[in-house]
Design a protein around this ligand. Structure first.
Ligand code: CMP
Ligand code: CMP
Length: 240
């Protein structure tokens, strides 16, 4: 990587220009401005501090720079050329796929997928870590729209089953790696139908709504089957 310095106010990247470097910020602050070409001045959408990186889009997709990055203060940056960036990207993508491969092979929901389809799921997964008692999903929430697989530890779904708001009851326990939850709100576009709470420390991987729809289409039938199970379980709990 090559060390580069910029003065406050200088553009590191100009929106619309060709690009062949990726940058990591060592010292100082930068800001990202988007020009929507609507007659208004460019809008500041993000700021960068020590250790953050930008300028990947033009290199990944062979497109003009999608935004302007301006030094807010005097800055020291490290620039990586296109060829090195692409090698690093290939390596990290391969590492990532390797990391999740064994886990995803054991997820029964995905058993109808081939290796390539599973590698696409691996590319989209995000790691999450929870402490005992932490809410992974909150009943009624409409903000977070992730879909989860349990990786390690345990979690439980809880819900108020009787009208009038008594204590939430446990309606489901997630104890095995690969079990999933958080599908209902994505399928029905309704608020979250239950809480899901870490039962001891646990880790999950999640997919955002776009990836869920794009990648898990082939598993739709199995996912929908769970919905019928929930009603059965609730009936049993209430009649016990
Ligand atoms: P690139 O298009 O190569 O150059 C401009 C960079 O700004 C872009 O890569 C991203 O790294 C960064 N950026 C940050 N926020 C945005 C955004 N909302 N739209 C586009 N680029 C963004
Ligand atoms: P979602 O509604 O998106 O968020 C809460 C999740 O809890 C829900 O998806 C299901 O995955 C899970 N869940 C487990 N048991 C139940 C239940 N009885 N009713 C509703 N959701 C449940």
């Amino acid at each position: 990587m090559e060390r580069k310095t910029y003065q406050a106010g200088e553009d590191v990247i100009k929106q619309g220009a060709d690009g062949d470097e990726f940058y990591v910020l060592q010292e100082g602050e930068c800001e990202c401005y988007l020009d929507f070409n609507d007659g208004n001045p460019p809008k500041m959408v993000k700021s960068y501090e020590h250790g953050e990186a930008f300028g990947e889009l033009a290199l990944m997709y062979n497109t003009p720079r999608a935004a302007t990055i301006r030094a807010k203060t005097d800055c020291t940056l490290w620039a990586m050329d296109r060829a090195t960036f692409q090698k690093v990207m290939l390596f990290t993508t391969a590492k990532r796929r390797e990391k999740y491969e064994t886990f995803l092979e054991g997820v029964s929901l995905l058993s109808s997928m081939d290796k390539y389809e599973r590698s696409k799921v691996a590319d989209a997964l995000v790691d999450r870590k929870y402490a005992d008692g932490e809410y992974i999903i909150t009943e009624g929430d409409t903000e977070d729209d992730s879909f989860f697989f349990l990786v390690t530890g345990k979690a439980k779904a809880t819900k108020v089953l009787t009208e009038g708001g008594s204590e939430p009851q446990v309606v489901y326990e997630y104890t095995k790696p690969g079990e999933f939850f958080g599908e209902l709100a994505l399928i029905t576009s309704k608020p979250r139908a239950a809480n899901v709470v870490a039962n001891g420390p646990c880790t999950c991987v999640c997919l955002d709504r776009g990836s869920f729809t794009r990648l898990l289409g082939p598993c739709e039938d199995i996912i929908k089957r769970n919905k019928e199970q929930y009603a059965e379980i609730e009936k049993k709990i209430l009649s016990a």
